[in-house]
Design a protein around this ligand. Sequence first.
Ligand code: BG6
Length: 363
Amino acid sequence: DTGGYEHYLLKEISEQPETVARTLSGRLDERFHIAHLGGLNMDARETRSFRRVKIIGCGSAYYSGQIGAQLIEELARIPADAEPASEFRYRNPVVDPDTLYVAISQSGETYDTLAAVQELKRKGGRVIGIVNAVGSAIAREVDGGIYLHAGPEVSVASTKAFTSTAIAFALLALHFGRVHDLSPAEGRRIVDGLAKLPAQIEEILEQGPAIAELSRKYAVHPSMMFVGRVRGYPVAREGAQKLKEISYIHAEAYPASELKHGPLALIGPELPTVAIVPDDELLDKNLTTLGEIRARGGRVLMIGHREPGAKLADDVIVVPRNEIELDPILLTIPLQLLAYHAAVALERDVDKPRNLAKSVTVE
Ligand code: BG6
């Protein structure tokens, strides 16, 4: 039941204020500025014992893991990185006793992720899961974890599970941070930021008609570039992924700083760029990149916070500000709508794109 929406995908994008609230529900402690994550099954001593965090998942789950790795590094100052689960399992990974492994899966049934978890367990690794489907294969295999409580996701392209996974990582990073050196004041800043997200997502969804207009304008191009820096880079990757999955427009994501080391050769009037430009400490660097693109006749659609970039961009989608660490979650929402409306404009099979399955349960 699409609940009156034309597609499951639009329903699932539109549900995010509620699904995000469900992921947060009962987990924010306003007194001690911590996160309650009972499902981790880990006491404080064990939580302090990890020296590294390794995150694995496939597709959009992997990109949300990249956001997660940055959150853990920024808030808890524990080295963290994300890798596709398939690559991880095929390269005979070194399993380190001082590393906490985190497996991400909406369905909990993706074979590559499950096989990676089994390989880790066989080698004695400690693995937790961030999973949506309760009681799924990966949820049963891990030592503990965080359920998203986002409800069933039907459309093949992941949207609400992506945002809820990023939020689960923010909770995990807050939890690790407060067990280590994140101060109560910093903890409060993150708790307050998380609590604001549902209403801010609602504000972005209200821009739906304007974003649909922009989608129709850009969907005439056969290819698009997505760029972002540091916190904006996984957002760019997820934006490119959404666009290619459902509209079949070719899209490539690059760290903004890498443009000049290769792909700048492609930039010109025929290849527009979607630039993720939050108002963080990298704003000036990002504005320089916009200038470089414009100087080569490239069109720019900027997703960000305020006007300075607007002069350098052909089009702008402004999202509300949160804390800089949490901004990637909000910056992703317009990209979901952009891909959705491009797919509709091109009359694609939005919920069941060709050649893809919701969950790949075979090798
Ligand atoms: C892919 C889906 O096959 O699997 C993606 O098309 C999804 O949308 C990926 O992100 C991972 O799925 P899951 O269920 O493990 O999160």
